[in-house]
Design a protein around this ligand. Structure first.
Ligand code: BG6
Ligand code: MG
Length: 214
C-alpha cells in the first residue's frame, strides 16, 4: 500500500455543505449590496470563515466596517448556515461515499478528517458520519486555515503517521496547496481538478478506491 491513511476534506467532498455556505454568504452579500456569484464562492473553498468575509468585502465600496460589525456579520452568516445544517440527516451522505469509505477501511486504510470548518463535529453528527473516522482535525484545532498545511499536519500527528504516508482528498485549490505544503499527495475532486496540480484527479468519489486499489 502506497498510503497508510487518507485524510478527507469535509465540505464539498463528503457532503454538499458547500452549497449551504454559498447560500448563507449570498444572503449576507445581498444585504450589503455586494455582488457574489458561485464563481466567487469557489475562492472561499477551504478558507476560514474570517478570511472568507474579507474576500467577499473586496467588492464592498460602502462606509468602512468596524471589527465589531465584522464579528456580527460572521455570526449572522454562521447562524444562517447552521440552520441549513440542522436539517441535514444521514441521507445527505450518498451511498457512493458510504460504500467507498467502507471499502477503504476494509482494505486497511486509516480514515481521518482534515477540515477548516469549526462546524465539523456538528456536520459529522447530523450526517451520521462520526464513527466513520478514526481521527478528526478541524477548524477548532488550528490557528491558520488552508492553504496553510496546519490542519493536515495535525491530522497526521493525531494518527501518528508520517505526512508522506497520508493521502489528502480535496475539492479546494487552497486544500491542494495545503496538502502539498504538508508533504502529502492529494486526490482532487470537483473544482480542484481544474488546476491540474493534484497527484490524482477524480471524476467521481468512488474512483478513489480504484486509484488506490485498482
Ligand atoms: C471549509 C469551507 O471547509 O470551512 C469554507 O470549504 C469555510 O468555505 C470553512 O469557510 C470554515 O467553515 P465554518 O463552518 O467554520 O464557517
Ligand atoms: Mg472543501
Amino acid at each position: 500500500m502506497q498510503y497508510k491513511a487518507i485524510i478527507f476534506d469535509l465540505d464539498g467532498v463528503l457532503v454538499f455543505t458547500d452549497k449551504y455556505h454559498y447560500l448563507a454568504w449570498k444572503k449576507l452579500a445581498d444585504k450589503l449590496g455586494i455582488e457574489f456569484t458561485e464563481r466567487d464562492n469557489d475562492r472561499l473553498r477551504g478558507v476560514s470563515r474570517e478570511e472568507s468575509l474579507d474576500i467577499i468585502l473586496e467588492k464592498y465600496h460602502g462606509e468602512p466596517i468596524s471589527p465589531e460589525k465584522k464579528k456580527e456579520y460572521l455570526e449572522e452568516k454562521n447562524n444562517i448556515y447552521r440552520e441549513s445544517l440542522s436539517e441535514m440527516t444521514g441521507k445527505d451522505v450518498s451511498s457512493e461515499v458510504r460504500q467507498t469509505l467502507k471499502k477503504l477501511k476494509e482494505a486497511g486504510y486509516r480514515l481521518a478528517i482534515g477540515s477548516s470548518s469549526k462546524n465539523t463535529a456538528y456536520i459529522l453528527e447530523r450526517c451520521e458520519l462520526t464513527d466513520a473516522f478514526e481521527v478528526v482535525s478541524d477548524g477548532t484545532m488550528i490557528t491558520r486555515s488552508k492553504p496553510d498545511p496546519e490542519v493536515f499536519l495535525k491530522a497526521a500527528e493525531l494518527l501518528s503517521e508520517n505526512p508522506s504516508d497520508c493521502l489528502v482528498v480535496e475539492d479546494a485549490d487552497a486544500g491542494v496547496t495545503a496538502a502539498h505544503a504538508a508533504g502529502m499527495d492529494v486526490a482532487a475532486i470537483g473544482t480542484a481538478t481544474a488546476s491540474g496540480r493534484a497527484d490524482y484527479d477524480l471524476d467521481k468519489f468512488e474512483d478513489l478506491y480504484d486509484v488506490l486499489e485498482g
